[in-house]
Design a protein around this ligand. Structure first.
Ligand SMILES: [Zn+2]
Length: 482
């Protein structure tokens, strides 16, 4: 009998069945030195990547040098200060993400509890819209994930086995988090999902490796993050300081800031042509005999709903039949799903259709939208070099901008009768918050070359970013730099 009990005990020890998630987490906390850690600072360098800004929809995100990366965390107050310095990596520039970086791009971002902001010089710039996801980042760090798992009733995943144990739990009752713990009781991988207007429930995976001992606190020397299936951060950690302290005072303007309501201001540029602005990304509504064409469905559902309401008000009684998508960058395509739910056909470059076929099937459980409820399949009209939408009242030409360094399938739209050109990201006159263009503004030069190649007679430019400008302004921007 005794032998049998010993046998069962040995079996349990060998298979690990007797260890609960709490046991695993307590062992991991002890081995990593999480218990005595209230604050931590780690620094290094490597690469960062602009999510959703690839040159081609199937390519990885554009890469930047991160010459300096410092994070200070306070687990007690749920605070994080992150300072980064980026420089240009791709020469010539390829893709979006505000390329090229001229010199250095310094960024300081903060989160404390429910408040997020960035620091520009002495000024705090509130960022209430990102507080939730930035706060989540605290609990995805090697020690943060253990602390959060211990506080959020983590459970063992059935995928545990072999040399690793997987625990899962939710942060904020919302974000699903999984931590993979290796045989040395070190966190090897952390996975979560965050809502993205294009990718839906977007996968985030952070790998931690090459652990070093810093006076009892173990920390990885290598951090590799993948977001939406592509690398988003690669850092080699060169210094770690345990309990350096982090006192964060939440600035008054941050404390009182609220997520700004979507603003729409429209202006009739020519008869039946409406420049629908008011935010950082604009749309243009073009009236046809029995329908409306919208050029650009940017950002997200909130923007699309406001723009659609405005267009219905300005051009009553006509359905939105087409939405022209200038390029797949997420800030320019994040509102497309709402137009599909509205019944519109997406007009986009042919390189984007396989990508959209895939992304439109993604689940949107973290933040459901109209399309995820209605399940309308998307319809496409694809463009190679040129496509024309016309009826007896109007002609709208759509052209590929050849040779763009920003995007391989970027389209511009041209109204020949009205002599108006609609373009995105190549020329953004008087856009607030944009750094001055590089001395040689390759994108403005490329836009001008395309207009000249096609013999387009343009009087005014309606940019997706910035203000309506005369053609002379583009010539000046391109000439200044050529
Ligand atoms: Zn872009």
């Amino acid at each position: 009998m005794q032998g049998k009990i010993v046998g069962i005990f040995a079996f349990l020890v060998l298979t690990g069945c007797s260890r609960t998630a709490q046991d695993v987490l307590n062992d991991t906390a002890a081995s990593m030195g999480a218990g005595q850690l209230q604050t931590i600072r780690y620094s290094g360098n490597g690469f960062s990547f602009a999510i959703g800004q690839s040159f081609h929809p199937q390519e990885p995100w554009p890469k930047f040098n991160t010459t300096s990366y410092t994070r200070t965390l306070n687990y007690e107050t749920a605070s994080l200060r992150e300072e980064t310095v980026q420089t240009q990596f791709e020469i010539p520039p390829r893709g979006g993400g505000r390329q090229p970086i001229v010199g250095e791009r310094r960024q300081v971002s903060m989160v404390s509890g429910n408040y997020a902001w960035s620091v520009a010089g002495e000024e705090a710039v509130p960022a209430p819209g990102v507080a939730e996801e930035r706060g989540l980042e605290i609990w995805l760090t090697p020690h943060g994930v253990i602390k959060a798992a211990l506080q959020n009733n983590a459970v063992l995943e059935p995928s545990s086995g072999g040399n690793t144990t997987v625990v899962s739990f939710q942060v904020g009752g919302k974000f699903p988090v999984k931590a993979t713990i290796n045989a040395q009781n070190l966190v090897e991988k952390v996975e979560t999902k965050i809502a993205n207007p294009v990718l839906g429930d977007m996968a985030v995976e952070i790998s931690y490796s090459d652990y070093q001992d810093h006076q009892g606190v173990k920390f990885p020397a290598r951090i590799v993050q993948r977001t939406g299936e592509h690398p988003s951060l690669e850092i080699t950690v060169s210094s770690v300081e345990a309990n350096p302290g982090l006192e964060v005072e939440i600035p008054e303007n941050v404390r009182t800031a609220r997520i700004a309501p979507v603003r729409v201001e429209s202006q009739e540029i020519a008869n039946g042509v409406w420049f629908v602005a008011g935010g950082s990304h604009h749309s243009v509504a073009v009236e046809f005999q029995d329908h409306v064409v919208i050029v650009e469905g940017p950002q997200n559902e909130e923007r699309s709903e406001a723009v659609i309401a405005e267009v219905k008000n300005r051009i009553p009684g006509k359905p939105i039949r087409y939405v022209v998508n200038t390029h797949h960058h997420f800030d320019h395509s994040g509102g497309l799903r709402t137009y599909v739910a509205e019944g519109a056909t997406i007009v986009t470059h042919e390189i984007n259709q396989p990508f959209y076929d895939q992304t439109f099937r993604a689940t949107h459980t973290l933040r459901s939208d109209k399309l995820s409820q209605s399940l309308v399949p998307p319809k496409f009209q694809t463009v190679a070099d040129k496509h024309v939408l016309s009826d007896s009242t109007r002609t709208l030409e759509i052209h590929l901008m050849q040779g763009s360094g920003h995007n391989g399938g970027i389209l511009m739209a041209y109204l020949p009768t009205e002599r108006l050109l609609i373009e995105a990201d190549a020329f953004s006159p008087n856009q607030p918050g944009l750094p001055p263009p590089a001395e040689v503004d390759l994108l403005a030069i490329n836009l001008l070359e395309n207009i000249e190649r096609l013999g387009l007679r343009v009087d005014r430019i309606l940019p997706i970013h910035g203000q309506v400008a005369p053609m002379a302004d583009l010539r000046r921007a391109a000439r200044k730099s050529s």
